[in-house]
Write a protein that binds this ligand. Structure first.
Ligand code: TRP
Length: 450
């Protein structure tokens, strides 16, 4: 094990792990997805259900992934193979590692395209374009961006390059150093935007929307949507946290780290909502417009506000930073695997994996223009990848992680990693029964079985 630890290196402290893992968790899921899902599902009641899922399911699974990673100290594929062999279980479990690595890779391919839109918007919004445009023109601009393969490919390429440059430099010089700078910057921008939202005059209304539960607006599917979102937002079920756990020093507390990461992720999702909804309400707009919330509704709102260009640009810079620290985590399992099994250096691994991921991303770009009419199972390329990953691979990955940590790994092993006591016993019951059961429901729902 020691030589494997040395090959990739270890985080220099627990804080470094918490920052990197928070960076993985805090992403488009918090700033783009969470607010529009809350908007579509009735606000406060959805938020409450979401919090419940995060605490009851999210934290135990995050602990499970971290402990598996630290125990195996390799990429998810090799970690699961090693731990399964140790426990006398079959080679089936290595397949779960493959699933995890592949899923992160697929998510990154479209994640990079959407992060690219946000990059384009920093310039668009900051460049004062909003000041001369009316609502219709702002909407048209979004459609134009989506209609242009060239523009999207340029931004997608830049975003991928930034990701690979960081990951290629390794755990300490790359990921750790980048997140140590980017996470505080992200926090600062968010606080600024929240302060700005307070000046809009609709702050109370925004807060009420987010925190006053109105259960009549909570649809039947909302519980399952909330659970899926908790998974995506915490970045679970895909080996990101597992591979980050592989670099965690032995003495650091896994439970405390998982709580810290989860709190940070949840706080940022809420703070993003607290910034967005007052700005939307202040301009007499509705928050229930789905995925277009931050790219269509919000820019129109910024256009009508004093300082809108500046704060709008800050908002999109925030989105890009958050996406970048997640993108790093999405590709790290692949890079770890390639350097372990194919003898590639990290830069070589980044080059190859990055190229394939970039090519896949073109499919997402084209699904908004050149391939707009091409569908597979009734979905365009982007929707297909999103469905495959977020709705299928992610819950399956989560169930497998929970089953593996709860039933395959011996209790002496998990107890040694997590520490004994009441907390441990609670974790074990949750990870054996509640987590696989609850996530199983999400999955059955996604495939239309219930
Ligand atoms: N959690 C990130 C977000 O909220 C995305 C992400 C990073 C992710 N790593 C992951 C999603 C692993 C699923 C699995 O945007």
């Amino acid at each position: 094990m020691t030589d494997l630890t040395l090959r990739h290196g270890l985080w220099s402290s627990r804080l470094a792990f918490v920052l990197a893992a928070s960076g993985s968790a805090i992403g488009l899921g918090n700033i783009w997805k969470f607010p529009y899902l809350a908007g579509d599902n009735g606000g406060g009641a959805f938020v409450l259900v979401y919090l419940l899922c995060v605490v009851a399911i999210g934290i135990p699974i995050m602990m499970a992934e971290t402990l598996l990673g630290r125990r195996g100290r390799q990429s998810p594929i090799n970690t699961l193979r090693t731990l399964a062999a140790e426990a006398g279980a079959g080679g089936f479990w290595q397949g779960a590692g493959w699933l995890a690595v592949l899923a992160g890779f697929l998510i990154l391919s479209y994640y990079s395209v959407i992060a690219g839109w946000a990059m384009a918007y920093i310039l668009k919004v900051g460049g004062g374009f909003l000041n001369q445009s009316d609502a219709a023109a702002v909407r048209t601009a979004f459609l134009e961006l989506k209609a242009s393969p060239d523009l999207q490919v340029i931004w997608h390429t830049l975003f991928m390059l930034a990701t690979l440059l960081i990951v290629g430099r390794g755990i300490n010089d790359g990921i750790e150093r980048a997140t140590r700078i980017m996470m505080p910057a992200l926090l600062l921008m968010l606080v600024l935007l929240d302060a700005y939202a307070m000046t809009t005059g609709s702050f109370q209304r925004g807060l009420a929307f987010l925190f006053q539960p109105d259960f009549s607006r909570l649809g039947g599917g909302s519980l399952l949507t909330a659970m899926g979102q908790a998974f995506f937002s915490l970045g679970l079920g895909m080996g990101s946290i597992m591979v980050y756990g592989a670099y965690l020093p032995d003495r650091a507390s896994i439970a405390q780290s998982a709580w810290a990461v989860t709190l940070a992720d949840t706080a940022v999702a809420l703070a993003a909502g607290i910034a967005i909804f007052p700005i939307v309400f202040a301009n007499g707009m509705e928050p229930t417009l789905g995925p277009g919330l931050i790219f269509e509704t919000l820019p129109v709102a910024f256009a009508h506000m004093p300082g809108g260009a500046l704060f709008g640009a800050v908002f999109f810079a925030l989105v890009v930073l958050a996406a970048l620290t997640s993108a790093i985590a999405l590709i790290e399992p692949t890079i770890a695997y390639l350097s372990e099994n194919r003898g590639l250096t990290r830069p070589e691994a980044c080059l190859r994996a990055g190229l394939v991921c970039w090519l896949l991303g073109l499919g997402t770009v084209f699904s908004f223009n050149l391939w707009a009419n091409r569908t597979w199972f009734g979905k365009n390329f982007f929707e297909l990848i999103d469905f495959l990953t977020a709705d299928l691979m992610l819950p399956v990955g989560g169930i497998l992680v929970a089953l593996f940590a709860g039933w395959v790994v011996e209790s002496q092993v998990s107890e040694a990693e997590l520490g004994s006591g009441r907390g441990y016993r609670l974790w074990r019951v949750t990870i054996r029964y509640l987590a696989p059961g609850a996530v199983g429901l999400v999955f059955l729902r996604a495939i239309g079985a219930i």
